[in-house]
Design a protein around this ligand. Structure first.
Ligand code: GCU
Length: 414
């Protein structure tokens, strides 16, 4: 292969290991001013806060303030869902700030066989009604991405997309495994478009403000914030074991699940499914999607400060393994797919590996091997990793691993 010119390098993704630039992995256990961290107390009081602050101000953006209030409204419930195996609830969460409000809806399925139930909480891309054939699930009125494949036009969700994403949510397996599922349509929290006049951001503007400041939240941080507000509800529901809620997400929503887990330690565990650039994958490798590329295609996802690292990853004093480390010592599962090179599976694996020193510090087990496991051969410790065959997606196989792992490391049955 020929060396790419600098200009081309911005547009041509690299998939060649030999073209990966040389770089030093920032040490999670050395502070920015060079002090070695040797105790969990030093990690918690010094290093974790400075790393968190960096990700908050330079990558995802800060939440500008607190809500004035929030409320929960049980919209619908049934004791006879999934052939009587599960209870279904649809809960509207309303957020209030500066005289404005925003509503989003949580769809819940809970196993009748286990109360209170540990749960997986994760966003969906095309509405709560897309994850199941259940005709009782309410169709969202929020803005949606048009999709010919799913019959979505005019940015409006309809019956046409009911059940179109069933395969991504192994609902029966989750319920049979003794877990509940809570999901939210991400477009209700912040529509996924480069427009800051709508969604959560607009509630928090100071007078005459129209876009977030350079160090204020993009959409990923807004979605993460929404997950925390959903958790606020889950804590009030006696059918739910809110001390065992796993934040889950695929792809852009995996980036959000990771940031939710890092910023809200109430999450008992985190699953990153194919989260890639700005998620689990190391940025400095510049394999597949790069920082410059993601900030150009999706200018609303991260805070504006993050654009300082476009084609300039070497200037980053952190990398994404340190985002993973912020979740330690809580259980964390990083998963990749073989045909998802855009998300850099090897970069996701190495990130889990390099976060392991912080898990070690706590006496928990991570991914100590530097060699990637074979496809479909998960390594499951408190910090877990797998790469499965197939494309960028969430499959039954992924869920089978998550459920097994969550039984062993998150919510162990008494
Ligand atoms: C695009 C984007 C990724 C993202 C993915 C998804 O491919 O470049 O960063 O993860 O969409 O959300 O499916």
């Amino acid at each position: 292969s020929y060396p790419l010119s600098m200009a081309m390098a911005q547009f041509e993704p690299n998939y060649d290991e030999r073209q990966v630039p040389e770089f030093k992995i920032p040490d999670p256990l050395t502070t920015f001013d060079g002090k070695k961290i040797t105790a969990t107390s030093e990690w918690e009081n010094t290093r974790r806060p400075e790393l968190y602050q960096f990700f908050e101000e330079q990558v995802y953006g800060k939440v500008p303030g607190k809500l004035d209030s929030l409320s929960f409204n049980m919209v619908e419930t049934s004791d006879d869902a999934l052939n009587g195996k599960a209870q279904r609830k649809q809960v509207e969460v309303s957020l209030f700030k500066n005289g404005k409000s925003l509503d989003f809806n949580i769809l819940l399925y809970l196993p009748k066989s286990r109360k209170p139930a540990p749960i997986f909480l994760g966003y969906n891309f095309y509405g709560n009604h897309s994850i199941t054939d259940d005709p009782n699930v309410i169709v969202s009125k929020a803005w949606a991405m048009d999709s010919e494949e799913f019959g979505i036009s005019g940015h409006t969700l309809t019956e046409a997309s009911r059940g179109v994403r069933v395969h991504r949510w192994a609902l029966e397996k989750i319920i049979d495994g003794g877990f509940g599922l809570a999901t939210i349509y991400y477009g209700e929290v912040d529509p996924d478009k480069n427009d800051f006049s709508d969604g959560l951001h607009s509630l928090f503007y100071m007078e005459s403000q129209e876009i977030p400041k350079k160090d204020e939240w993009g959409s990923i941080a807004a979605w993460a914030f929404g997950m925390s507000r959903a958790l606020d509800y889950l804590e009030t529901d006696p059918d739910i074991d809110a001390s065992h809620v796993v934040s889950f997400g695929h792809s852009r929503l995996g980036k959000a699940a990771l940031w939710a887990g890092a910023s809200d330690t109430r999450f008992a565990g985190v699953i990153s499914n194919d989260s890639g650039c700005g998620g689990a994958a190391l940025s400095k490798r510049q394999v597949g999607e790069t920082v410059g590329r993601i900030n150009t295609s999706f200018p609303h996802w991260f805070c504006d400060n993050f654009t300082e690292y476009n084609e300039n990853e070497e200037a980053l004093p952190v990398d994404q393994h340190e985002l993973l480390a912020l979740i330690a010592p809580r259980p964390l599962y990083v998963a990749s797919a073989e045909d998802d090179q855009w998300a850099d599976p090897r970069g996701e694996f190495l990130s889990a590996h390099y976060a392991t020193s912080v898990y070690d510090l706590y006496g928990t087990k991570g991914i100590s091997d530097t060699k990637m496991p074979e496809v479909n051969s998960p390594v499951q410790n408190t910090l877990a990793y797998h790469i499965r065959t197939g494309k960028h997606d969430v499959t039954e196989y992924d869920w089978e691993q998550y459920i097994d792992w969550a039984k062993r490391f998150v919510a162990v049955k008494p």
